[in-house]
Ligand binder design. Structure first.
Ligand SMILES: Cc1cc2nc3c(=O)[nH]c(=O)nc-3n(C[C@H](O)[C@H](O)[C@H](O)COP(=O)(O)OP(=O)(O)OC[C@H]3O[C@@H](n4cnc5c(N)ncnc54)[C@H](O)[C@@H]3O)c2cc1C
Length: 375
């Protein structure tokens, strides 16, 4: 007997463009709030930060000059444990969250002193709510036996952690589909029109969908798609390269901003910010620099074999902070883009969805609009 498959919906309360971690977190929140959602996601030839990132759930160092962003990141990480517990319970997918704090290591005493001073200022600006600690060289060596070499100390933030970002993506997609998401894969949006009936969106292959509200979460795709909705298309790529060692038994107790041991045992090292346009290749020069810096902090890493590496492009706004904007030219269209989409996943699901649905308890996101770039 053949099973009849119902066609997927082509009209919904919201259409989300882009099915990376940002689009799926937003879709997840909207579905939880009872909205019907279509997600149109592009092709494997697109740049996809959600599949090439470092997997940190991280506050430390963010929003040094923008306390509202530090506070937004803090809110996100505080909501993370509940958020992933719900996801895992619902989908049966374990996302390997470890959130028992994380470090930034220093091999230069002046750089460490400057960082500590920045954190103290930020803490004041946040009314004291920035619970970082400063660890001496002895403290950090005691906490992490792999640390040695030139390390002069570390900062520690107790709510930092890491996750398996691919498992997170899978769990989000699975959860959204269980909640009724119409998920179109391999479909690139090319044409947008707005009339009295709402948005009419058409893809390269001819799929056509309608909705009164659209959320553009297309990562670097927003550069081209943004202006079609009246946004400025301000995102730019920034390359990061990541090295992966052979799998090891547990060696590291907690992640740092550049070195972490993943749930499967490999040690992952990432430490480059390169302005090279739309080029996600790896380079030997950067890989050597990244490995060299890691060995200065953990000399024993030199004994491990590197088995893999990749380059991936971050989705950066001009100041590195998220952009949350409703279009003035085409009301009903929203732009959601950020670096740190893994960290912000919980708050994108739980709080951004309140803003998108104009809930009475929606967060005030006025500081995150495109208007800040007017000057
Ligand atoms: C090297 C590196 C390390 C990082 N480390 C961390 C970290 O440790 N912690 C953290 O929180 N964040 C980290 N990030 C950032 C994080 O990965 C990104 O913020 C996040 O993945 C962005 O997700 P996104 O959904 O906006 O974009 P993407 O993952 O790029 O997804 C965009 C989607 O839009 C689709 N799309 C594009 N154009 C179209 C179109 N025309 N029609 C339909 N669909 C379209 C694409 O196919 C794609 O699936 C890192 C990023 C990089 C590159």
């Amino acid at each position: 007997m053949s099973v009849m498959r119902l066609p997927m919906r082509t009209e919904a309360d919201f259409v989300v463009i882009g099915g990376g971690v940002v689009g799926l977190s937003v879709a997840h929140g909207l579905l939880n709030r009872g909205q019907s959602v279509i997600c149109i996601d592009g092709t494997d030839s697109d740049f996809r930060a959600s599949r090439g990132n470092f997997g940190l759930v991280w506050v430390q160092g963010k929003g040094i000059k923008a306390p509202h962003y530090a506070a937004w990141s803090q809110k996100a990480v505080r909501e993370y444990p509940d958020f992933v517990a719900e996801l895992s319970e619902e989908t049966g997918i374990e996302v390997s969250l470890q959130q028992t704090g994380g470090y930034e290591y220093f091999t230069d005493a002046d750089a460490m002193a400057e960082r500590v001073s920045q954190f103290r200022t930020l803490k004041k600006r946040l009314g004291g709510d920035y619970p970082f600690e400063v660890l001496s060289a002895d403290d950090i060596r005691a906490a992490e036996p792999m640390v040695g070499g030139e390390t002069v100390g570390a900062t520690f933030y107790p709510h930092d952690g890491h996750i398996n970002p691919l498992q997170l993506l899978q769990a989000l997609a699975d959860s959204c589909i269980r909640k009724g998401l119409a998920h179109y894969l391999g479909e690139r949006l090319t044409s947008v029109t707005l009339n009295g009936e709402g948005f009419h969106l058409t893809t390269e292959k001819g799929l056509s969908v309608r909705s009164a509200r659209v959320v553009l979460c297309a990562g670097l795709g927003a550069k081209v798609l943004g202006p079609k909705f009246g946004f400025r298309g301000l995102v730019r790529p920034q390359r990061g390269q990541v090295l992966v060692t052979e799998k090891m038994p547990p060696l590291l107790n907690r992640p740092s901003v550049t070195i972490r041991q993943v749930n499967e045992g490999a040690i992952q090292i990432g430490d480059s910010k390169e302005e090279v346009g739309f080029n996600d290749n790896e380079t030997q020069a950067q890989m050597a620099r990244i490995a060299g810096n890691a060995i200065k902090v953990m000399p024993k890493l030199a004994r491990l074999r590197l088995v893999r590496s990749w380059g991936a492009l971050r989705v950066m706004s001009p100041d590195g902070l998220p952009i949350y904007q409703q279009s003035r030219k085409m009301p009903g269209a929203f732009l959601v883009t950020c670096h740190s989409g893994i960290t912000l996943a919980a708050t994108h699901s739980r709080n951004l969805s309140r803003w998108l649905t104009r809930a009475s308890d929606a967060p005030d996101l006025g500081d995150f609009t495109e208007d800040r770039f007017d000057a």
